[in-house]
Design a protein around this ligand. Structure first.
Ligand code: GLY
Ligand code: MN
Ligand code: MN
Length: 358
């Protein structure tokens, strides 16, 4: 068990008046134990208690290391895992659960009367995970370094007549050559007007002269995610597209440069949004400015107008303003940033000045 992380979660549980929590989110279990298991539809959970009597419930078909820092309770496919977990849950006390506990297990625990009450205590672990420790910061720097390098390699492969899919498909091998074997999300590659389509992935659009090329990509390296967007132009760029690009870049840099402990997430969002509004594109920036990231690509805590919390040292999140003009162009520029004790460290170093390639 990662002792300090567990200690911080237990402190949060105490603050919330809860003495036991069942953690089922595999990302949170990885955070606390260093062990990753994808349980599929099967039950896999860590029960933590303020008195230190922790248990981890594991199906016998999974292989786990000897030392997980919690007593292992084994079961097999023929058992009712909730009935087994209930033997260890204090029945006369509230049970904290996380937001990812599948309803089929929560309903069964309730049916069995496993605890006196059930409370969503996700915040107790999510807020701890939001501030990365030194080990995590090193891994996040490395994941972003790999992403920067991969972007550099990918753009050398852009060729006339290729499709978005053809370009995107090259990324798997590029990442693998750096020891990153998974995407943190499927790469988003949009040419020309496709770059303006929300949640667009990569299709069969062929690259043409004058198109923008939006590439939003990320890998998972040693359990931690990267996520970066750059937008390029192919062969030439119109004055209007240049204005769009420079507006997004100005918003992106202004937001990044104001980050330090104590600044509110909503004010960072407002800084970028106001610049885009003043340039006349307010309604073309239709998403939050960013999101927290770490073991998962999208973690608790977003950079948006409704998050009035302040940023703290160790937090890592994205700053990704965009302008999307239907039928014409889409520009987004995204970096990951780390809040330091007195400012900010930008984790991405891939150049973001306007670039015409080809
Ligand atoms: N592509 C995922 C994100 O930037 O949030
Ligand atoms: Mn992204
Ligand atoms: Mn992102």
């Amino acid at each position: 068990m990662k002792t300090e992380r567990l200690y911080n979660v237990i402190a949060k549980l105490k603050e919330n008046g809860v003495s036991q929590m069942l953690i089922s989110d595999p990302a949170s279990i990885f955070y606390l134990t260093g062990k990753t298991i994808d349980p599929g539809e099967r039950f896999f959970a860590l029960l933590i208690k303020v008195n230190g009597d922790n248990k981890i419930f594991i199906n016998s078909l999974f292989t786990v290391p000897e030392d997980l820092g919690a007593d292992k309770v084994w079961f097999c496919d023929d058992n009712d895992p909730c009935e087994i977990a209930s033997e260890f849950i204090d029945g006369d006390k509230t049970l904290g659960v996380d937001k990812n506990l599948p309803a089929r297990f929560l309903l069964r625990l309730m049916e069995l009367g496993s605890a006196s009450d059930y409370k969503n205590t996700s915040v107790c672990i999510d807020t701890v995970r939001a501030c990365k420790d030194n080990e995590e910061i090193a891994l996040m720097r490395e994941a972003s370094r790999v992403n920067d390098e991969a972007m550099g390699e990918l753009i050398t492969r852009i060729k006339a007549g290729m499709t978005e899919r053809e370009l995107a498909s090259q990324l798997k091998d590029i990442y693998a050559s750096s020891g990153a074997y998974e995407y943190s999300f499927d790469p988003l590659v949009g040419f020309g007007e496709c770059a303006a389509v929300g949640h667009y992935e990569a299709g069969n659009t062929v690259l043409c002269e004058g198109d923008c090329i939006l590439i939003d990509m990320g890998c998972i390296k040693d359990g931690y995610c990267s996520d970066m967007t750059r937008t390029f132009f192919y062969k030439n760029v119109s004055d209007q597209h240049k204005k769009v690009y420079e507006t997004v870049l100005k918003a992106q840099k202004a937001a990044e440069s104001m980050i330090k402990p104590g600044v509110r997430f909503c004010d960072i969002d407002k800084t970028a949004r106001d610049i885009i509004k003043q340039a006349g594109y307010g309604d073309k920036f239709n998403h939050r400015l960013g999101h927290s990231i770490g073991i998962e690509c999208h973690e608790y805590g977003d950079v948006s107008s409704v998050n009035e919390n302040v940023v703290k040292e160790g937090m890592i999140f994205s700053i990704e303003p965009g302008i999307y003009i239907e039928g014409d162009v889409g520009v987004r520029i995204e970096d990951l940033v780390l809040v330091t004790n007195d400012g900010v460290e930008i984790l991405n170093h891939f150049d973001k000045e306007l670039k015409v390639i080809g």
